[in-house]
Ligand binder design. Structure first.
Ligand code: F0G
Length: 495
């Protein structure tokens, strides 16, 4: 079906209504939410692109599998089915189910790290970094140089910088490197994939220096798909074969199955090392559940096992990647630049470029997410200075994000072409009067992870004494010009 790259290899059997709201209703809802889209009720949102995590649709076969779920506390049939499917895919002999990806991260890093130890990675996802730091470790990102250029069409901007990795594995801190973590695809870097050449060389370096290599496999199938499309030597391979090879290269993985497991909740930790597996199993029993259910219901394990069989279907992956490419195309046509090339799980809009009149401390990404909601009932997530920046007590910028982005993540098997076209039309309407969009100021700040809970208010253009033209290109009028933080995890989803 090459002539119809977006045509889904499924039809709908069960549907869920989505609300159509008026502009007045959306204005009222946004005011009530203190201009923070996390505070909206989901039934006030028409197209919800906040995340692709746990938001996908189940297949008929998964629903049928749920009915076979065995809810025995220990040794359930569901666990054995799940373990066989994961074992066949990954080749890892030890498979520990968990309720979601970050639980696998917490267990692995609690068992592996102690204060002062380091993990290296292409770009750690937020929760991965948090779980490394919670046990006193340090997570260092070594993204390849192309990743810093949002416009570069380089097909594998999720690669790790191999020279930097080599330096880190041979330099003065080498004895403190406890693991390398490769995130497939790199959510912290715009959903960009990792090439098999890069992963193979990373594995070789890790082996040579006696450091274990782990995959963060949340989007392993989407990574494999992009490898079969764009990497020489892999064009005749199936996504399943590529995925199996990727897992084989590593010593284990943490995996949120809310993405490429095609389930609403679930995850697993896969390991080769029996001693490490035993230490992890103790933590699993104490914090998640008995090793044959790990915080999941038997029916969850069965749905997950079935999801893992479905997710590497080339027709499914082609349609999904086609939908993302189509949304990126609609954004470009509307005059909104996106992080290039678009990956599979999300399109990242360049709000900084669209709204040069809004300085970072007035949150251009946030302004665009509010406009998307007000204009079309679309919910995305800010990945810019609201998330990564800092201001002083007077609201003057101290640190800004390197880019002001908005992530539109696409739930799996949920939205149709007409839904994406609604997002495209909404963007086009916004872009036509982009210079009139207001910035925002924080009125109540949350002490931690402020983007979740902070309250904001629009700053009408004529009232904003801080108004400047493109802060990156024009000298800032601020007493404290914003300092860009390094591009570490800047494109992450921070959920
Ligand atoms: N690793 C990656 C690459 C992720 O994107 C996520 C979650 C996790 C680990 C943690 O998994 O949510 O199951 O505990 N990402 C979501 C997102 C939240 O919206 O991108 P989890």
């Amino acid at each position: 079906m090459d002539e119809a790259p977006m045509m889904e290899p499924f039809r709908a059997k069960v549907v869920e209504p989505i609300p159509f709201t008026t502009r007045a209703q959306r204005e009222q809802a946004l005011r009530r939410a203190h201009h923070n889209l996390f505070n909206l009720r989901a039934d006030e949102v028409t197209i919800d692109l906040l995340t692709d995590s746990g938001t996908g649709a189940l297949s008929a076969a998964q629903m049928a599998a749920a009915m076979l779920g065995d809810e025995s506390y220990a040794g359930a049939r569901s666990f054995h089915r799940f373990r066989d499917v994961v074992g066949n895919l990954t080749s890892y002999p030890h498979v520990l189910p968990v309720h979601q990806g970050r639980a696998a991260e917490r267990i692995l890093f609690s068992a592996l790290l102690r204060p002062g130890l380091i993990t290296l990675g292409n770009t750690h996802f937020d929760t991965t970094r948090a779980n490394v730091e919670l046990v006193g470790g340090r997570a260092l990102d070594l993204p390849c140089p192309e990743a810093a250029d949002l416009d570069s069409p380089h097909p594998f901007k999720g690669d790790i910088d191999l020279e930097a990795l080599h330096r880190a594995l041979t330099g003065p801190d080498a004895p403190r490197v406890a693991a390398v973590v490769m995130t497939l695809t790199s959510n912290g870097m715009g959903g960009q994939p990792v090439s098999m050449a890069n992963l193979t060389e990373t594995a070789r370096l890790c082996r040579a220096h006696g450091v274990p290599l782990f995959l963060d496999a949340a989007r392993f199938a989407e990574n494999a798909w992009l490898v079969t499309r764009n990497e020489p030597g892999y064009r005749n391979r199936s996504p399943r074969e590529v995925a199996e090879e990727a897992f084989r290269l590593a010593d284990g993985c943490t995996a949120s199955m809310k993405k490429d497991g095609l389930v609403n909740t679930g995850g697993f930790l896969g390991l080769r090392d029996p001693d490490l597996a035993q230490r992890c199993e103790l933590l699993l029993v104490a914090t998640e559940g008995f090793p044959t259910y790990g915080g999941l219901a038997g029916r969850d394990l069965d749905m997950l096992a079935q999801g893992l069989l479905e997710v590497t279907d080339p027709d499914y992956l082609r349609a999904r990647a086609g939908a993302t490419a189509y949304l990126a195309q609609l954004a470009r046509a509307a005059g909104v630049a996106v992080v290039e090339p678009p990956g599979v799980h999300a399109v990242y809009l360049d709000a900084g470029r669209l709204l040069p009149h809004i300085p970072p401390h007035r949150f251009p990404g946030h302004a665009l997410t509010c406009a998307l909601y007000l204009e079309g009932g679309v919910r995305g997530v800010e990945c810019g200075s609201l998330y990564l920046g800092k201001e002083d007590a007077h609201g003057n910028p101290v640190v800004s994000a390197p880019w002001e982005l908005v992530r539109l993540a696409i739930p799996r098997r949920v939205y149709s072409q007409s839904h994406l076209e609604h997002v495209g039309r909404t963007l086009a309407r916004i872009a036509r009067h982009a210079d009139r969009l207001p910035g925002y100021r924080i009125t109540a700040q949350a002490p931690l992870l402020r983007h979740f809970r902070s309250e904001l208010a629009p700053v009408p253009l004529h009232e904003d004494e801080h108004r400047s033209t493109a802060v990156t290109t024009t000298p800032s009028p601020e007493p404290h010009p914003p300092v860009a933080v390094p591009p570490r995890g800047a494109l992450a989803a921070h959920l």
